[in-house]
Design a protein around this ligand. Structure first.
Ligand code: HEM
Length: 293
């Protein structure tokens, strides 16, 4: 049984990774910043945006910085895409807006899974890194501020879209409401849900890393407990409020008791296609939600 560990292999590998590498397929040196890929993506600048290895306060600091920087980039993308959606909604290009809103949702969902990487850092390691973060606050994140600002712009574009079509959120969500506008509204809800999902994932990250309690203060002095209330603050409040209104207008009458006969619910025989009814109700039992709220 040996008693000493030979770290020379890891040391050699570390040194090799900090110098250009010869790619035998290309027969070129990669890492000098001269190749088209490196020039276009500015990889020399990008890869030097993290604290140098010798200067890190903890090994995990690289991971900590990479995740934060990546999150800032995704937030930048999401906010710039939101600007395009505003232009598309104002120009009546609803298909294009719909496709782009899907992209924004996917970006935000990607950010949720990225936070799982940060969760591999244990609280004791963060205690070390935390000492070098000054009084930094999450509220100082440029990406977060840009996204919230862009979302306010999106809210305005939705209001203008509804006004041009002489619709309200209530009428859009009523039986027979315009499907295209309803689709856009639902995709904005998708974006909002993904955004709140990100804040929720962040809350759990904070909880397992420094704890959530009135006594636990963030670096800016705020108790971490404030995050609990903030993570459900929506981007598009009216889109959530309309659901409350729909449910308060809901009536139990017209439904079927569980197990009761459903005779007459469909016009056609089995296997025949029946055109969908606005609001999705069956002819015998009426549409839901009601045509007029
Ligand atoms: C271990 C990692 C993290 C810890 C311990 C942490 C801790 C905290 C704490 C205590 C707060 C509340 C006080 C404040 O506003 O500063 C906060 C807020 C915030 N953090 Fe983090 N955070 C972490 C990672 C991240 C990451 C990766 C992002 C991505 C950009 C982020 C973005 C934010 C944002 C936007 C807020 C404000 C949220 C709001 O006010 O609703 N945080 N964070």
């Amino acid at each position: 049984m040996h008693t000493t560990t030979d770290y020379s292999y890891a040391q050699k590998l570390r040194q090799e990774l900090s110098a250009p590498l010869f790619n035998p397929l290309l027969k070129k040196w990669v890492g000098r910043g001269e190749l088209d890929y490196e020039v276009y993506l500015k990889t020399p600048e990008l890869l030097s945006l993290q604290v140098e290895e010798e200067q890190r306060v903890a090994h995990d600091e690289l991971m900590f910085q990479v995740v934060h920087q990546a999150q800032e980039l995704w937030l930048k993308l999401a906010s710039r895409e939101a600007v395009e959606v505003v232009a598309e909604l104002d120009g009546g290009a609803l298909w294009a807006a719909s496709a782009r809103l899907e992209r924004v949702s996917r970006v935000l969902r990607t950010m949720v899974s990225e936070l799982a990487v940060l969760e591999t850092m244990t609280p004791d390691t963060y205690q070390v890194i935390r000492r070098s973060l000054g009084n930094g606050s999450g509220q100082e994140s440029p990406g977060y501020n840009m996204l919230r600002h862009a979302a306010a712009g999106l809210e305005g574009a939705l209001e203008r879209l509804l006004a041009r079509h002489e619709q309200t959120l209530k009428s859009v969500y009523s039986a027979g409401g315009p499907d295209d506008l309803k689709r856009i509204c639902e995709q904005l809800v998708d974006v909002d849900e993904a955004f709140q999902g990100w804040l929720h994932a962040h809350f759990q990250l904070v909880r397992r890393t420094i704890g959530v309690d009135r006594s636990v203060k963030a670096l800016d002095g705020l108790p971490t407990q404030v995050l609990a209330g903030r993570m459900t603050m929506p981007l598009f409040r009216q889109l959530w409020d309309v659901r409350v209104e729909l449910t308060s207008a809901w009536r139990r009458e017209g439904g079927l008791a569980p197990g009761a006969s459903r005779e007459g619910c469909m016009h056609a025989g089995p296997g025949a296609y029946t055109a969908p009814r606005p609001g999705g109700g069956c002819p015998a039992h009426g549409a839901f939600p009601p045509a007029e709220l």
